[in-house]
Design a protein around this ligand. Structure first.
Ligand code: PEP
Length: 250
């Protein structure tokens, strides 16, 4: 059985004060959780403050992105070694906001995935279709293409010790959630697609759902056979809501 993972993506929100308050609340509330893994992904500049509180607890910390390069003249970027240095266990790669707002292609995301994997940090690899693609009936094709970019560079075992987040772009930050049936169907497709390369890894890999998951819909979504938790945006910014989603994963 796969243990569910609930990961909060705080995006570019909060202040130094509010972030400290949020992580203190999450760490306190997470003490009573069992059978669910919890992670938070703060803005880079607050990672040190967050790991200072979360270090040694059952709340893991991740970055929201990483540079494709390992070091050097890349102004404004953050390397995987720096992320590791500050105690992160996860790094999100290929979030749809990075793909759409910052032009990250499937190949760039695959490069980031490789950098994270090679460092021993767990990538949270985001994929998902736009509304236009869903309406055009090519949801599975899009997800397969995004996954195949990683297989091409990393080989058949690419998704060992990795997490995948299926996040339909039309559901992110919109309040529109994929129905449990819609989400389950894509999650099952993703698992089968990975199984074509390595069935053992496909059974093990955690596939999270992301897209307006909240305390009201989390239990039913995470209750689906192939949904192994959630990547949570808006609802991860409120301690009670985030903990309620974590509880739904138990
Ligand atoms: C996300 O950005 O990963 C996300 C799922 O956001 P939200 O929960 O706000 O839709």
């Amino acid at each position: 059985m796969r243990t569910p993972l609930v990961a909060g993506n705080w995006k570019m929100n909060g202040s130094r004060e509010s972030v400290k308050e949020l992580i203190n609340g999450v760490v306190e509330g997470a003490k009573s959780l069992n059978g669910v893994e919890v992670a938070v992904c703060p803005p880079f500049i607050y990672i040190a403050d967050v790991t200072a509180v979360a270090g040694g607890t059952n709340v893991s910390v991740g970055s929201q992105d990483v540079c494709t390069e390992l070091k050097g003249a890349f102004t404004g970027e953050t390397s995987i070694d720096m992320i590791k240095d500050f105690g992160c266990q996860y790094a999100i790669v290929g979030h749809s906001e990075r793909r759409t707002l910052y032009g990250e292609t499937d190949d760039v995301v695959a490069e980031k995935f490789a950098v994270v994997k090679n460092s021993g940090i767990i990538p949270i690899f985001c994929i998902g279709e736009t509304l236009e693609e869903r309406e055009g009936g090519i949801t599975e094709e899009v997800c397969a293409r995004q996954i195949d970019a990683v297989f091409s560079s990393q080989g058949d075992d690419a998704f060992a010790d990795s997490v995948i987040a299926y996040e339909p772009v039309w559901a992110i930050g919109t309040g529109k959630t994929a129905s449990p049936e819609q989400a389950q169907s894509v999650h099952a497709f993703i698992r089968q697609h990975i199984a074509k390369r390595n069935a053992v890894i496909a059974e093990k890999v955690q596939i999270l759902y992301g897209g307006s998951m909240n305390p009201a819909n989390a239990k039913e979504l995470i209750g689906q056979t192939d949904i192994d938790g959630g990547l949570i945006g808006g609802a991860s910014l409120k301690t009670e809501d985030f903990l309620a989603v974590c509880q739904a994963g138990q």
